[in-house]
Ligand binder design. Structure first.
Ligand SMILES: [Zn+2]
Ligand SMILES: [Zn+2]
Length: 645
């Protein structure tokens, strides 16, 4: 008999060789029908594979990332089977799952596979899925594997097998299709109820341009048609909200090949928006006791040797810069933490100085592959809303609590309502992996869990996800169209204080080592603005948006009055622009709506005579009626005050 520990901590004793699927069946038939794969001792395997040792077991369904990726990986086999049936003689390369769906790299020979082929392939996939063919795993010798694919005539698989070690090769077969694969797979093809080919692109075999260009076929599958419909709707919506498109339309930022890939240029309107976000956070941080600092964009190589960043990331970073005479080496700053450690060390510290909270909008540079770059979400230079809190172990709980308060305030103000906290702790099976004493780890882990509960956060705990230097809490946010983003991180660190030999004098007059907490509620200004643009579809909250009001004179005759209105609003801290063009007012309204300006003020004969404005709100709300300028300013400023409360 072996012991199986389930996620709720309950333990079941079963015969050695029992499968996860059988255990699911013993819990409930309904559950068993939804099991796609199993996580056994942290490794995802087929739910139909025998378990032979004492294990922790998590049954994976469509609701788990591991369940989805197993389904999509299996669907890649299903698509390959369909392609072989429809295009005899195709050669298959690799077919992994990706974040949304999967792809297969295929050599179609002389056929040029395109959009017109999609429908046929989708139909064939569903036809094969309905046969509910089981995925059968088989261990094969290298010689047998080679002879199978030699006979089939698939040069790509042969090349892959040649790189594998004998004794570790497995085949999976479903229906009439066998693939070289490590697995895992879903029990049978019947789980696939909806399939959609999404895209084709060229891809060099093994990513090497010296090799043949293959056709990469992207697709996605779902266990229900309704979920596919929902997904496609979301993709359409995401396209409309793409921050790269909106960023251009709204004049927020720009990329220039001449400046360099992944190096965003913030345009005046974007800069205005970013500065406002920074000010907002700075005000909140000041209230929370942070001290603002500024550090340079580079640091000596020795600094990063001390911090450990050089050993860990040096090879994948921008090459160091050297001084012309002495050849001293400097690195572009990949993180602000080492600089802040040196600020801590700038003076002797006592327990009375703690917690010591240093904040910096620090710009850092990290090398990313060209193919990884994406708008503002993946760039090579970005500004973190960084801070480091130096405190005692006993202060960790209160400090983490304060950071959570700050993050919640930001979420509320920017209308992120759907989020949860992911708490990453040590792997209890592998305690030697971590730096710092067990006692300190226990204290910090308990503190994080307790404070997350006290703040009423919806929490998931991930064992083994902590960094080697400390536990952490990440906020996972769902945006307006249901996509998940990681925002806001709080990380405990026992490592850097050790490496930098940070000390403070305790009440006992002895030297002690502080704990360091890294935190960044936005993450980076670039990524956060990108997420915010997509979350609000470019309709920024009133307090944040660069142009709060647009004044629309009904003809050029009233331009001067419009300008007077604009400068008066400026006195009330309201940001307004005048549309002075000689255009019909209807057209001006339409364009202001398109550019997501929250308020429009129409001015003409009556308004000029009475010293008033006719206000309109963007979206469906339309006319608000006539206001004196003071009343309109009060109306807008009240709305902002409520938002920032
Ligand atoms: Zn596979
Ligand atoms: Zn840090």
């Amino acid at each position: 008999m072996i012991k199986i520990t389930l996620p709720d901590g309950s333990v079941r004793e079963v015969e050695s060789g029992t499968t996860a699927l059988q255990i699911a069946q013993s819990i409930s038939e309904g559950l068993a029908r939804n099991v796609l794969a199993a996580e056994v001792n942290g490794e995802i395997i087929d739910s139909f594979r025998p378990i032979t040792t004492d294990s922790t077991l998590k049954l994976l369904t469509w609701n788990d990332d591991g369940g989805k990726s197993t389904m999509w990986h299996s669907s890649a086999h299903l698509m390959a089977e369909a392609l072989e049936a429809l295009y005899p003689g195709v050669k298959l390369a690799i077919g992994p799952p990706i974040e949304n769906g999967f792809y297969y790299d295929v050599d179609f020979g002389t056929h040029s596979f395109a959009q017109e082929d999609f429908d046929k392939v989708e139909k064939k996939m569903l036809e094969l899925a309905r046969t509910k063919s089981e995925f059968v795993r088989k261990e094969v010798s290298k010689a047998d594997a080679l002879s199978y694919f030699t006979e089939k005539g698939d040069p790509y698989k042969i090349e892959l097998i040649n790189d594998l070690e004998d004794g570790k090769i497995t085949f999976y077969t479903q229906g009439n299709f066998t693939d070289l694969c490590r697995g895992p797979h879903i029990p049978n093809t019947g789980f696939v109820k909806a399939a959609k080919l999404l895209n084709v692109a060229g891809a060099y075999w093994r990513g090497d341009e010296k090799n043949k260009m293959l056709t990469r076929v992207y697709a996605i599958t779902f266990p229900k048609q309704a979920e596919l419909d929902e997904y496609l709707k979301q993709v359409e919506e995401a396209k409309k909200r793409d921050h790269r498109k909106l960023g251009k339309e709204l004049g927020l930022f720009h990329f220039s090949q001449k400046v360099g890939s992944g190096l965003p240029l913030w345009l005046p309107k974007g800069t205005d928006l970013r500065m406002r976000l920074q000010n907002f956070l700075q005000v909140a941080q000041k209230k929370a006791g942070y001290l603002q600092v500024i550090t340079p964009h580079i640091g000596s190589k020795e600094l990063y040797e001390t911090s450990g960043h050089w050993a860990k990331y040096g090879a994948d970073s921008f090459r160091p810069i050297s001084t012309p005479q002495e050849g001293e080496l400097y690195m572009l700053k990949p993180m602000n933490c080492p600089h802040h450690c040196e600020i801590f060390k700038a003076a002797p510290r006592s327990y009375r100085d703690l917690p010591y909270r240093l904040a910096e909008f620090g710009t850092v540079y990290r090398f990313e592959q060209t193919g990884e770059l994406h708008g503002l979400t993946r760039v090579r230079g970005f500004t973190q809303d960084d801070a480091h809190i130096f405190c005692t172990v006993d202060q960790v709980k209160e400090e983490v609590g304060k950071v959570i308060d700050l993050v919640l305030y930001i979420f509320k103000t920017l209308d992120f309502t759907d989020f949860l906290a992911q708490v990453s702790l040590r792997d209890p099976a592998n305690p030697s992996k971590y730096i710092g004493s067990d006692e300190n780890w226990d204290k910090a882990e308990i503190a994080i869990k307790e404070v997350a509960a006290e703040k009423g956060l919806k929490t998931v705990v991930e064992l083994g996800e902590a960094a080697f230097y400390g536990p952490k809490l990440d906020f996972m946010v769902r945006d307006a169209i249901g996509r998940k983003w990681q925002l806001g991180t709080v990380q405990i660190d026992y490592n850097l204080p050790e490496r930098f030999e940070l000390e403070y004098t305790g009440a006992d007059n002895q030297k002690h080592r502080p704990v360091m907490i890294h935190r960044a509620p936005f993450g980076s200004m670039e990524r956060f603005v990108a997420i915010l643009i997509e979350h609000c579809a470019g309709q920024f909250p009133l307090w944040l948006t660069p142009e709060q009001v647009r004044i629309l004179p009904v003809s050029e005759k009233y331009n001067d009055y419009a300008k007077k209105v604009s400068s008066e609003l400026e006195n009330y801290d309201i940001r307004a622009l005048v549309d002075e063009r000689n255009e019909k007012v209807g057209k001006k309204i339409r364009e202001a709506e398109l550019e997501k300006v929250p308020y429009m003020l129409i001015v003409g004969e009556d308004e000029q005579a009475a010293g008033t404005v006719s206000a309109r709100k963007r979206g469906g709300e339309g006319d608000l009626g006539k206001f004196s300028m003071a009343d309109f300013a009060e109306y807008v400023n009240n709305e902002i005050k409520q938002m920032l409360a």
